[in-house]
Write a new protein. Structure first.
Length: 231
């Protein structure tokens, strides 16, 4: 009788060990997958996977294309207004204050080179930003889930901000097509690689007073932030 009981216990023990092994190897659905990537200037960016996409957690701040060519730095108001070629700048032309954490602002002509992001990464298309918003429940609520929480960078009330995936969207403001700077702390704008007309490109925006991701159509001369997504 004792021999029979011992034999029956063996498969039960094996089954139990198997269940422990399976449970031990199961990935937590709530775990956030992170990484990092460097640009050609040596800036290191944290990354996060949201759905099927891997995104930079910070705005781009490279001063060179990924082939090593310098991007023209354009500081003058009139010079910026007359641009029909690539250019970048820092908010208020003050890199010491605004490079970290807001990154640089690029016009759409720089985006359109296809060489802004590190090799293996790219400026997202409008459709790719829509995929991100859809994964988060749609554009009406996605902004809140992407924005950094609190008011260290966003103006109060920073409505609906939860930053639940660690995307940490920041209000870097913009540079108008006439060369003026505005909206830092209140709005964040990001270019997509999608052209709208011969004079305009598509972008996305978030604001401190709502939790949406808004669709933006802007003159290609505007200076917006850039987030890169992995190829």
């Amino acid at each position: 009788m004792k021999r029979k009981n011992r034999i029956l216990l063996i498969p039960l023990i094996v089954m139990g060990l198997g269940l422990i092994f399976i449970n031990g190897c199961t990935k937590d659905d709530n775990e956030i997958e992170t990484g990092s990537v460097s640009d050609i200037d040596g800036n290191v960016y944290s990354t996060v996977t949201i759905g099927t996409q891997e995104w930079m957690v910070e705005n781009l701040k490279t001063t060179k294309y990924n082939d090593g060519t310098s991007i023209p730095l354009v500081t003058g108001k009139n010079d910026w207004e007359s641009l029909t070629t690539p250019g970048y700048c820092w908010y208020d032309n003050d890199a010491a204050t605004y490079k970290n954490p807001y990154g640089a602002m690029y016009n759409w002509y720089a985006v359109n080179t296809g060489k802004l992001c590190p090799t293996g990464w790219h400026v997202p298309t409008n459709e790719e930003t829509e995929t991100l918003a859809d994964y988060l429940g749609g554009s009406v609520v996605a902004g809140g889930k992407l924005k950094e929480t609190g008011t260290a960078h966003w103006d109060s009330p920073n409505t609906d901000a939860t930053n639940e995936f660690g995307f940490t969207a920041l209000p870097g403001g913009m540079r108008w097509d006439d060369g003026d700077f505005l909206a830092i702390g209140y709005d964040g704008f990001w270019w997509t690689a999608t052209e709208f007309t011969a004079e305009s490109g598509r972008g996305r925006g978030m604001g401190s007073d709502h939790g949406q991701v808004t669709y933006v159509t802007a003159n290609k001369k505007f200076g917006y932030s850039v987030r890169c997504v992995k190829d």
